[in-house]
Design a protein around this ligand. Structure first.
Ligand SMILES: C[S@@+](CC[C@H](N)C(=O)[O-])C[C@H]1O[C@@H](n2cnc3c(N)ncnc32)[C@H](O)[C@@H]1O
Length: 100
């Protein structure tokens, strides 16, 4: 019945799918922000967009469950200025949409 009244276009379905994904990412990001103090200090080593490539002795950041912190790295990273001595990333930046 509803389908006869409201037939979502492919574009609408895509937008709804993206919005659902953004809700999930926001929930993960906010939960990670509550745990970030555990990783404060100097000389931090950040593995950004780590995926399953977990590095020992590093703070592994990704949306995946393997990460130490499930942060959305499109947002400012919640670490103090000059607290990181190394930032590592591989096969990651191409997964961000340009220009946002
Ligand atoms: C191709 S994988 C690379 C993983 C790893 N660096 C490697 O080389 O095997 C890209 C990763 O980017 C992560 N990613 C995509 N968008 C992200 C975002 N906004 N914030 C954090 N991680 C993100 C994905 O979860 C995925 O694990």
């Amino acid at each position: 019945m509803l389908r006869n009244i409201f037939k979502p276009t492919a574009g609408f379905r895509r937008a709804a799918h993206d919005l659902k994904r953004e809700f999930r990412i926001q929930r993960l990001h906010r939960a990670a922000l509550k745990r970030v103090r555990r990783y404060s200090g100097n000389n931090l080593r950040l593995n950004v967009g780590c995926g399953k490539n977990i590095k020992q002795g590093w703070i592994n950041i990704d949306l995946s469950k393997e990460a130490d912190l499930q942060l959305d790295v499109r947002e400012p990273l919640p670490f103090a200025s000059e607290s990181a001595s190394m930032v590592y990333s591989e096969h990651f930046f191409e997964h961000l949409e340009y220009p946002d």
